[in-house]
Design a binder for this molecule. Structure first.
Ligand SMILES: Nc1nc2c(ncn2[C@@H]2O[C@H](COP(=O)(O)OP(=O)(O)OP(=O)(O)O)[C@@H](O)[C@H]2O)c(=O)[nH]1
Length: 560
């Protein structure tokens, strides 16, 4: 036979082999899912369809003591930690979606911004990226945006709060007569110079009115003339203190924290179902091909999981479906649930270190960018503690925004917690010091310190938070540094979170406004970026809309 015939035969044979191999590989990359006609038809698949999808976490917020254990970092998440900069995927086939500056785009002009303009426009070097001190939401510096504007949901009449009425106290004599520094520019000081300046504490004396009455709104906070000044009066930077008229305040009935999540059922699923339904829609298709996997990864990215997590979840889901030979939508859904729960992490200590130890109150610093919900979360947490029978002192160390102390005062009054505050513009560290001092003197269980986040430079933030922490630790250990993050700001919030983590040792995250976003994947992203667990989630503006974060309930709500 001539040579050319042999060559033709060999080439034809090679082509045939290549075709067969290509077809087999193509078939393997497709996963066919079809609804089972019967259990037998599905090989006895037992995964039941998940119903409801509401946030059904059964537990209450769990508290623990700090003490020596608090020096330890929480256990790392099961998944590997991504680099701190979320825009730089560790490995990836697609670039991370650009950060959408939706907040800065849509935020109205800030009338009370000191410079008269948004800081982003002031800082061209940021290239439009958010920075420390940028508002997470529409700025609310005016007195018109405080908790007094928030309507409370109807609450059933509950038994009276069985806490003793806090004593009416006069402001203590300041221990140090050194002039207080003005708060506009906290100076970097050596530890030796950080003897806190006793601020002119305006001690509220919440009057407990028994029996408690059903209330649906906070009474307006009425300004009263400034009381006599004790000690050295710091320069008021914004406006004089307008303490609440205590006689007008009633103590709320507070819902017990246990079981309250039933009331929040559905809040999360309503906002997140876009994400969950998209994923389930893709997985429920009759075939899942390469394009489907790409769409699944994109959906995870759009939910703000971060590039690394989105790719890992997609890869693992793909492998699991292939390994289990899953051929039905319910089975694929069960696998998706398991993969997502693992990504969120079930082995992290999510208890809030709010219980006293060593004969001293626990101290919790609440930090975060302004507008994220720090004051609200501080107030909500105080309510949970008080409902659990704890004595709580609140420190209004957010002295930057004039209304912040009033807002916290209202939360404290309504919950029956003591509030330590000072004039606007006072040294936040002095207020924090006074609050802890008060907590120790009154044998309180927990001192929650609300701090300001409006600092336009990392150095300023470091100076202020660092000083607050150091000054507090002259008296008691800081057991928990709770970073409050606004879930609606997504990756923007994540950038700011990493800055805070550089400044203080964050021990827990409170993710607020999860009721208003479909980007619940930020839970995974922020845990990976900071290596710190999400401990609390805010699911509404109501006073009891704070819930413990429970991975499985959260994922169930995502999947609707
Ligand atoms: N929907 C919703 N709104 C929330 C939640 N948490 C807080 N908010 C609202 O977010 C807004 C800002 O809350 P604040 O507690 O004042 O925020 P902040 O971080 O203390 O702000 P600054 O004092 O300016 O630093 C308020 O209108 C709150 O009612 C939440 O979980 N869900």
């Amino acid at each position: 036979m001539p040579t050319w015939i042999w060559i033709v035969i060999i080439v034809a044979a090679l082509l045939a082999i290549a075709l067969v191999v290509g077809f087999v590989r193509y078939r393997r990359s497709r996963v066919s899912l079809a609804p089972p006609s019967s259990p037998a038809a599905t090989g006895g698949s037992t995964a039941p369809p998940v119903k409801g999808g509401g946030y059904k976490a059964g537990g209450s917020i769990s508290f623990s003591t700090g003490g020596t254990a608090t020096a330890d970092r929480p256990a790392p998440p099961s998944a590997p930690v991504e680099p701190a900069t979320p825009q730089a995927p560790a490995r990836g086939t697609r670039p991370f979606p650009p950060v959408t500056p939706e907040t800065t785009d849509t935020a109205p002009p800030r009338p009370t911004e000191p410079s008269g303009a948004h800081p982003v426009t002031d800082r061209p070097e940021t290239d439009g990226q958010p920075g420390v001190g940028d508002d997470a939401a529409v700025p609310r510096d005016s007195d018109t945006r405080s908790i007094v504007d928030v309507a409370l949901p109807d609450a059933p009449i509950a038994p009276p709060v069985s806490k003793p009425a806090p004593e009416v106290e006069t402001a203590p004599e300041p221990e140090v007569e050194t002039p207080a520094p003005t708060a506009t520019a906290p100076a970097v000081e050596s530890p030796a110079d950080e003897t806190p300046v006793a601020s002119p504490v305006v001690e509220p004396a919440p009057e407990v009115v028994l029996p408690p009455r059903r209330t649906t709104e906070f009474p307006p906070v009425r300004a009263t003339p400034q009381g006599p000044v004790v000690g050295v009066q710091p320069e008021p930077a914004v406006e004089p203190v307008a303490p609440a008229d205590q006689t007008a305040v009633e103590v709320d009935e507070i819902e017990p924290s246990a079981g309250r999540l039933n009331r929040l059922r559905g809040r999360l699923s309503r906002s997140q179902n876009v994400f969950g339904q998209s994923l389930l829609g893709l997985l429920g298709a009759s075939t899942i091909d390469e394009d489907s996997w790409t769409d699944i990864e994109d959906t995870l990215l759009m939910a703000d999981l971060g590039a690394g997590a989105a790719m890992e979840i997609t890869d693992r889901l793909r492998k699991e479906i292939a390994a289990h030979g899953t051929t039905d939508a319910a089975g694929a859904r069960a696998l998706l649930r398991r993969v997502l729960v693992d990504a969120v992490g079930t082995d992290m200590d999510r208890s809030v270190r709010a219980l006293p130890h060593d004969g001293r109150p626990s101290v919790i610093l609440v930090v975060g960018v302004n507008g994220t919900g720090k004051t609200t979360t501080t107030g909500k947490l105080a309510r949970v503690l008080v409902a659990d029978g704890r004595d709580v002192v609140l420190g209004a160390a957010d002295t930057f925004r004039a209304a912040a102390a009033d807002q916290l005062q209202t939360w404290g009054d309504r919950a029956g917690a003591t509030v330590v505050r000072s004039a606007a513009g006072a040294d936040p560290a002095a207020v924090a010091f006074d609050a802890v001092k008060k907590g120790i003197e009154t044998n309180a269980d927990a001192v929650l310190i609300d701090t300001a986040g409006r600092l336009h430079t990392k150095t300023g933030l470091m100076d202020e938070l660092g000083k607050v922490k150091r000054v507090v630790e002259k008296q008691a250990k800081v057991d928990e540094v709770l970073l409050v993050l606004d879930a609606t700001t997504g990756q923007n919030g994540l950038v700011q979170a990493t800055v805070f983590a550089d400044v203080v040792d964050i021990t827990g995250i409170a993710l607020t406004k999860l009721d208003g976003t479909a980007k619940g994947g930020i839970v995974v992203a922020v845990q990976r970026a900071l290596n710190v667990p999400v401990k609390l989630v805010g699911l509404g503006e109501g006073p009891d809309d704070l819930a413990p974060f429970e991975p499985e309930a959260f994922v169930d709500a995502l999947l609707g």
